[in-house]
Design a protein. Structure first.
Lengths: 507, 315
């Protein structure tokens, strides 16, 4: 069963729940404690150990339901007769090497295990005619032999099918799946292939042989068994198909997603298709989160503020209590102040969208982002972001300001009039634009003014360097007044620029 | 002394025991206590404010009849306030006093080396337990029969402080450079950490804890909670007011009312001797459940509609 758990954790990881080896060990001890008897209990317990954020909990719920569905059917099928407690408890310790099956009912510690196991087996044998539930309604086309004695099945799979032990069956199925590497499944056309291989691995051939043998038999009990086995074989086939389907969803789907993510990080942002926006957003959040954790720890010890008396005294004891090495209480976290000026005209709008998304996702480490949007006239949009959700704010910004032809001169004029005074030597100004000014006035003298006042001016140009200064692009005019000029057209570029920005803030 | 064995035997037993202390918990919460007790792991509790995170730790302390040691986190909290502190004043005082006796100690000592040797014989008395002021974390470890340690609002502390917690959380021990490692007594403390999610807790800390997320309760659970906390309130009114709160949580508010607000409101309504919820009453007592003027203004218009809905549903 530990392998099942390991597979489950693998599936969780694929679903972006981060599970460390330490947590895997925790999960193993947890399972030893709670057992597999009570599905809900197991789910609640693992939900405490494995997923550690609200998002991860949601992913965990989904994964668990898909992965442990077999377990649920078992309970559905046998839950009523109240005996499954002992049975399952017994079987479990069987597989787990004596872990106490202490479930809600508090059934058996290891001392009672043997007993529970024995009774479990007996009970399982005592009701061999119970059929899997989903077969109840099926029309029976074969000759009606009525209920009655049946012979014992000969093949291993036959025995298993007749034993009514779904746990055993699910274990077998998982093992067969393991044997044929069902987790390697990549594309959906392989489903049938894997299902057949799994059936073979579970001993289908032997079973088929037995069924046909039994069918030719004269004895009624034998034929009866033959029919029953056939029915159960078909049912098993369905189950296996289901199993493969689930494995496909759990494993193949995500590897495809990972591939897509990897591609999207590198693709030019303007080429991103609309349907990928959601995915991009996820990536942006992820990247931003990484940057945030990387940079949220830096602090600067300040030489001002209140005296830290205990520490000062302690550190000065060596000097006979004469206080001359002073320690201060306040520690200041250094955060960059960012002004983002985005060209949101048609050609650059998409880049602006992602940059704003990126900057605002970094709220934790960059609480002071002010943003401005322009195509011809420039306006501050910071408030939009304060009031609305990120997505709404971005689409509103793009909607309201993207009309009109690009005019960098006018935008710079507006910026000077509105908020140049707020720019100080701690401010970083990021300008995102292609510097295609429609042959209008450039007003680079305003940019120079900004350059003089601000800590840094960074120009991000989504066009590749070869296209700069061609046509109406006036990058050459502006670039002397920037501390840094970068080509920036993919998420990777964006991550690098923002990462550097945060790094320099600490220096 | 409560029978801890019996209480922790199963999830249902824990639920029942908590109920006796008027804390109604969901399966999730009870499972968390069960695991925390049996696996000896700390629980990190997250959830919106006012859903009973702190209350849970208090209840568990009562349940097991253990002392509750609470450490309230805030920005700038450091090891001197959380783990231990030298009684520097006492140390200073003693050095001053002992100065006088130094001559006696050193009497007859020849040369510098011998003097230092004699002083060494006294050991590090100034850095012994005598001069150690234990703070909550150390206190919790030293508690003989175990205790419940509540580290409240850990998200308010700094990142560095989280790292300080790691040792105590994983091994129930603390290293003090001058003394050595202090290990937990026989019974390690049951540790509860709460967080309001104002910032992301580091993975290292999360890894060492069980992670319990307490959401707002559903209608049924919240009714039970109100029943447990304010038993005097008439059932009809209870149903209406809980339904009302549940409706409010659906609205887009700056701060949605939590369980603690529901309880306060129930008490308020009880005090006003009201039998049923009517719009005027709600309007007058709205400030009990909503804490922002903006929210109150927003909800004002909806009151009539919601009360009508709540009433017709309960009938």
């Amino acid at each position: 069963m530990e392998r099942t758990l390991a597979n489950f954790i693998q599936a969780l990881r694929n679903a972006e729940v981060r599970v460390s080896p330490a947590e895997t060990l925790d999960a193993v001890t947890t399972v030893e404690l709670v057992g597999y008897t009570d599905r809900q209990f197991l789910k609640d317990s693992l939900a405490l150990v494995l997923p550690k954020t609200a998002d991860e909990k949601a992913a965990f719920d989904m994964c668990f339901d898909q992965f442990f569905r077999f377990e649920e059917m078992r309970r559905g099928g046998e839950g009523q007769d109240g005996q499954n407690q002992g049975e399952a408890g017994g079987e479990e310790s069987d597989q787990e090497g004596g872990a106490p099956g202490e479930g809600e009912g508090g059934a058996g510690g290891s001392a009672e295990t043997t007993d529970a196991k024995a009774s479990g087996r007996r009970k399982a044998k005592g009701k061999p005619k119970r059929r899997p539930n989903n077969l109840m309604d099926e029309a029976e086309e074969e000759e009606d032999l009525g209920p009655g004695e049946m012979t014992e099945p000969g093949s291993a799979l036959g025995k298993l099918l007749m034993s009514n032990s779904r746990v055993e069956l699910s274990v077998q199925m998982a093992q067969a799946g393991e044997a044929v590497n069902v987790r390697e499944i990549q594309i959906f056309t392989q489903k049938g292939l894997y299902a057949r291989r799994m059936m073979d691995a579970m001993g289908l051939q032997e079973l088929n042989q037995e069924i046909s043998d039994l069918g030719e038999s004269r004895a009624v009990p034998a034929r009866r068994l033959g029919q029953e086995l056939k029915r159960r074989r078909d049912w098993l086939r369905e189950e296996v198909r289901d199993y493969v389907e689930r494995q496909f969803l759990l494993h193949a789907d995500v590897s495809g997603k990972r591939l897509r993510e990897e591609l999207l990080r590198k693709v030019k942002l303007s080429n991103v298709e609309h349907r990928s926006f959601r995915l991009i957003q996820e990536i942006v959040y992820k990247m931003a989160k990484r940057l945030a954790t990387m940079h949220s720890r830096r602090k600067k010890v300040f030489k001002r503020g209140a005296l830290n008396l205990p520490r000062t005294l302690r550190n000065n004891m060596a000097y006979d209590g004469a206080i001359f090495d002073l320690h201060w209480k306040s520690v200041k976290i250094d955060r960059p102040r960012v002004f983002a000026i985005c060209d949101v005209s048609g050609s650059v709008a998409n880049y602006a969208r992602f940059m704003l998304m990126f900057l605002y996702s970094l709220e934790e480490v960059m609480p002071k982002v002010r943003s401005f949007a322009f195509s011809s006239d420039l306006a501050e949009v910071t408030q939009l972001f304060e009031r609305n959700s990120l997505e709404d704010a971005i689409s509103k910004t793009l909607h309201e300001y993207s009309g009109g032809s690009t005019d960098y001169g006018q935008a710079l004029l507006d910026f000077r009039r509105n908020c140049l005074d707020d720019v100080d030597n701690r401010t970083t100004i990021i300008i995102l634009g292609d510097a295609r000014n429609n042959y209008g006035e450039n007003r680079q003298e305003i940019l120079k003014e900004m350059y003089d006042r601000a800590k840094r001016v960074i120009w991000l140009n989504p066009e590749s360097r070869s296209a700069w200064n061609v046509g109406d692009s006036v990058m050459r005019t502006y670039s002397p007044y920037c501390h840094q000029v970068e080509e920036c057209n993919s998420l990777m570029h964006l991550e690098r620029v923002v990462g550097n920005l945060l790094k320099q803030a600490g220096a | 002394m409560p029978d801890i064995e019996k209480i922790t035997a199963s999830v249902d037993a824990i639920k029942a025991a908590c109920e006796e202390y008027r804390y109604i918990c969901s399966d999730q919460i009870a499972t968390a206590i069960y695991l925390a007790y049996h696996l000896r792991k700390p629980i990190l509790i997250e959830g919106p404010p006012g859903v009973g995170k702190t209350e849970l730790a208090k209840t568990v302390a009562e349940l097991f009849a253990l002392p509750l040691i609470r450490l309230q986190c805030y920005e700038g909290l450091d090891e001197a306030k959380a783990i231990y502190e030298w009684k520097y004043g006492k140390q200073l005082l003693y050095t001053q006093v002992l100065k006088e006796t130094l001559d006696e100690v050193l009497q007859g000592a020849r040369g510098f080396a011998e003097s230092v040797k004699r002083l060494h014989e006294f050991g590090d008395i100034f850095f012994s337990e005598e001069f150690l002021e234990p703070r909550p974390l150390l206190k919790a470890l030293k508690e003989e029969d175990g205790c419940v340690l509540l580290i409240d609002e850990v998200d308010k502390s700094d990142h560095e402080f989280e790292s300080l917690l790691l040792e105590i959380l994983s091994d129930f021990q603390i290293s003090i450079p001058e003394i050595g490692t202090v290990k937990a007594s026989r019974e390690p403390p049951m540790v509860f950490l709460t967080s309001n999610n104002t910032r992301e807790i580091s993975d290292a800390l999360k890894r060492r804890c069980l992670h319990l997320y307490i959401p707002f309760p559903d209608l049924e659970l919240e009714q039970k909670i109100i029943h447990a906390r304010v038993p005097e309130i008439p059932p009809e009114l209870r149903r209406q007011l809980v339904a009302f709160i549940q409706e409010l949580r659906e609205l887009d508010l700056k701060k949605v009312p939590a369980i603690s607000e529901t309880i306060d409101w129930a008490r308020t309504l009880l005090l006003l001797h009201s039998e049923t919820l009517d719009p005027d009453l709600v309007r007058d007592t709205l400030n009990v459940i909503l804490k922002f003027q903006e929210d109150i203004v927003n909800v004002q218009g909806e009151i009539t509609a919601i009360t009508a809905k709540v009433k017709s549903a309960s009938r």
